[in-house]
Design a protein. Structure first.
Length: 217
């Protein structure tokens, strides 16, 4: 049986990718690197410092670790200016209804995000009260596709991996769920998220009865 749902943040609950892109694009420009929205897909679900490594790869540049950390901090400052202005209106379709239904039925709910700003974003969007546990970029050593973030989520909720259902929009995130022995709902395009057990466009397609169907697989 499924006892808990584990949610990724960016791309599943809210669309912070636009703000990440804005801040990275600005930084890339100052380094003379052309960084497009298409390139930005590669940053989804990966850590801040890994994101910078990918941008440097695109620009064919290398950089000392210390300077990279400074640039990451600079990017985060820009990014947080947009996060500070976020409101509950930015919650993606179907999210609140599904979280309410899960709560009413007694399911446990955790966040499994790569972001170190996850808690702040949940506060700004007023989603925080729905969560029984938050595991994010501050708590994990190994990024997705390593299952660490989701395994820690299951542990914090006191459930087994096979009792968890993960919601993910990134390929690496779906892989992380599967590597952890969990069932996974992909949020996005079926051709991209082919490893997921089922793919939905957004959480308007989710319900308790749909979740119970997934217990059979
Ligand atoms: P931060 P998720 C991820 O969130 C984003 O998709 C990814 O683009 C970002 O680099 C990462 O968080 C780290 O974010 O700079 O705030 O620590 O999809 O895992 O919720
Ligand atoms: Mg994501």
């Amino acid at each position: 049986t499924i006892k808990a749902c584990l949610f990724d943040l960016d791309g599943v609950l809210v669309d912070t990718a636009v703000y990440h892109f804005k801040a990275w694009h600005q930084l890339a420009q100052t380094m003379g690197i052309e960084f497009t929205e298409h390139d930005n897909e590669r940053l989804k679900g990966v850590s801040r410092v890994r994101s910078l490594e990918i941008i440097l790869e695109i620009g064919g540049k290398t950089m000392a670790q210390e300077q990279m950390l400074a640039l990451c901090e600079q990017k985060n400052k820009e990014y947080l200016e947009d996060v500070a202005k976020m409101t509950p209106e930015e919650i993606l379709p179907g999210v609140v209804d599904f979280l309410k239904a899960l709560k009413a039925e007694g399911y446990k709910i955790a966040l499994g995000s790569a972001s170190k700003n996850a808690q702040l974003i949940l506060e700004r969007t007023e989603l925080l009260p729905y969560f029984d546990a938050i595991i994010d970029g501050r708590h994990v050593v190994n990024g997705k596709p390593d299952p660490e973030v989701f395994l820690k989520g299951a542990e914090a909720l006191g459930v087994q991996p096979q009792e968890c259902l993960v919601f993910e929009d990134a390929v690496a995130g779906v892989e992380a769920a599967k590597n952890g022995g969990m069932r996974c709902v992909g949020v996005g395009q079926p051709d991209v998220l082919s490893q997921a057990d089922v793919v939905v466009k957004d959480l308007t397609e989710m319900s308790i009865s749909r979740l119970k169907e997934l217990e059979q697989i």
